[in-house]
Design a protein around this ligand. Structure first.
Ligand code: DQA
Length: 149
């Protein structure tokens, strides 16, 4: 059992899940995804710290904090994925493992979503599986922080 929680960090507009473009993002609310993550993590012997912000700098501060306080980071940076050099720099500065997640598959969507500033600094990427992307990321993270490769 890892002593440190797995941070699950969510970026802008993800607070609107459930009502926001459900044909793309599904009908699950962020609170429902949070609850599913908590129970999945518990089954895997871990705990989670699940957060959302619409503010880029807050996301960056949480990544810095995670380096000392988290066993790993599962990050859905939402739109900042495609825009934020600051996020890339923050991720490059920390050594905690990071898994990038998306509900949708950005590579099937507009070309401006095809670039990610998160991917080059992430251990891996899971996208396109709706809320299940988070659960798959938790399984992968549990193996990483549990010492399995
Ligand atoms: C997203 C994909 C991004 O392109 C978009 O800006 C989001 C959500 C996803 O989870 O599918 O806000 O990260």
């Amino acid at each position: 059992m890892s002593q440190l929680p797995i941070y699950i960090l969510n970026g802008p507009n993800l607070n609107l899940l459930g009502e926001r473009e459900p044909e793309i993002y599904g009908r699950a609310t962020l609170a429902e995804i949070e609850a599913e993550c908590a129970s999945k993590a518990k089954a895997l012997g871990h705990s989670t710290d699940f957060r959302q912000t619409n503010i880029e700098g807050e996301l960056i501060s949480w990544i810095q904090e995670a380096d000392k306080q988290a066993g790993g980071v599962i990050l859905n940076a939402a739109a900042y994925t495609h825009t934020s050099v600051g996020l890339f720099d923050a991720l490059s500065a920390v050594s905690v493992p990071v898994i990038e997640v998306h509900l949708s598959n950005p590579y099937k969507r507009e070309t401006f979503r095809h670039n990610s500033f998160v991917s080059p600094a992430a251990r891996g990427v899971i996208c396109g599986f709706g809320a299940q992307s988070y659960l798959l990321a938790l399984e992968a993270m549990a193996k990483l922080v549990g010492g399995e490769k």
